[in-house]
Design a protein around this ligand. Structure first.
Ligand SMILES: [Zn+2]
Length: 367
């Protein structure tokens, strides 16, 4: 069925970019689906690089909903179009869910909306999943509808424009990534994500003529860190863990930054388990570098139970397990000697045999 050697991530990446760049996209769905698949692969990286990995379609739909959750915010009083047609099933469903779960002018995380209104969330997810299978998943591996093609990610022969929920259930509610594909996607993630986000920003600009004249920070609006809502996390972190920098122990005072230990640009996890207070200097110096594992472990060592309870107290997601899974996936797919941020002006290289989960004493850096 597929003739591409998935153990060659570069070939896989080239193939992906060629199907994405060929032809003009009519909606941003393929980009969303692929971004969701990349994150899924990072968090489900198999220890055997050649393993077949099943992607749970509910989980994939959750990730697509989370992506659009940010995107459906108005920009300068405008709804942003995500497709060439006036209505678009996925953003429309997400916008409706958001309107029914969030108080006006108060941004809540999608995980919180899901906890508050589980039934409404579930029906949104069902609708999104159906659209994903009928459209982007069905078309992701080729440029045009009637083109001859071979599947190189997963078998899509059972998919079509009118596929039913029952047919999806019959497939076990999953797609199976071919041998080696999940591992290759996890490795490619850091390279492909920025390219896909740029393509998405371009599409939104093209689909929304009002954006052409003036140029608000569209990339920041669609993919940036939401500083306003992080304020709540900042207050909580300083109350519970003290007003010092997580990395250098310096006092942070009013200049505290909420830092994503695993960078936002890499995995997009803003649950409390992945958030710490950092001073301006550490936050800036660390930037988008992968942190040394000791920092991720330190963040997780604050304790799952405590983080979960604290997160719930401010209606914030904790995402402890996702943070741990992403750390495992990121460290196991980086090449040896990848530079990692240990402290200000201090870089540690990833050990060739490093395994997330081995005792900390075997790591090279001292906590
Ligand atoms: Zn610091």
């Amino acid at each position: 069925m597929h003739n591409l050697d998935a153990r060659d991530p570069l070939a896989l990446g080239q193939q992906l970019m060629s199907v994405l760049e060929g032809g003009r996209r009519v909606a941003t769905y393929k980009l969303a689906t692929l971004l969701a698949l990349l994150d899924y692969a990072v968090e489900h990286t198999p220890s055997d690089p050649n393993a077949v990995v099943e992607v749970d379609l509910d989980d994939l739909s959750d990730r697509v909903i989370a992506l659009y959750w940010r995107q459906v915010r108005d920009l300068d009083g405008h709804h942003l179009r995500q497709s060439t047609t006036a209505t678009a099933r996925i953003p429309d469903a997400v916008r409706k869910l958001k309107a029914s779960t969030s108080p006006p002018r108060f941004e809540i995380a999608v995980d919180v909306a899901r906890r508050r209104e589980p039934e409404m969330y579930a029906s949104t997810r069902t609708a999104v999943k159906l659209t994903l299978v009928q459209q982007p998943l069905h078309r992701l591996q080729r440029v045009t509808k009637n083109q001859d093609y071979t599947c190189f990610l997963y078998d899509d022969r059972w998919m079509h424009d009118k596929v039913s929920a029952a047919a999806i259930a019959q497939q076990g509610n999953v797609i199976s990534l071919f041998a080696g594909v999940a591992h290759a996607l996890a490795r490619l993630s850091a390279l492909l994500k920025p390219a896909l986000q740029i393509a998405w920003v371009d599409d939104v600009r093209r689909l929304n003529p009002f954006l052409r004249d003036d140029a608000p920070d569209l990339a920041g609006h669609l993919f940036g860190i939401d500083r306003v809502s992080l304020y709540r996390a900042r207050l909580l972190l300083s109350r519970e863990f003290g007003s010092q920098c997580f990395y250098c122990d310096g006092a942070v005072g009013a200049g505290a930054h909420v830092d994503h230990v695993l960078p936002w640009s890499r995995v997009g996890i803003d649950g409390l388990a992945n958030l710490v207070l950092a001073c301006l200097q550490c936050n800036g110096d660390k930037s988008n570098l992968l942190p040394a594992p000791v920092h991720v472990q330190g963040a997780l060592d604050r304790g799952q139970e405590r983080l979960d309870a604290l997160a719930a107290s401010i209606d914030w997601p904790s995402q402890y397990e996702r943070t741990a899974a992403a750390a495992r996936g990121l460290y196991s797919t980086q090449p040896a000697n990848t530079p990692m941020w240990l402290g200000r002006k201090s870089i540690e290289l990833l050990q060739p045999d490093f395994q997330w989960g081995t005792p900390r004493t075997m790591w090279s850096s001292k906590p």
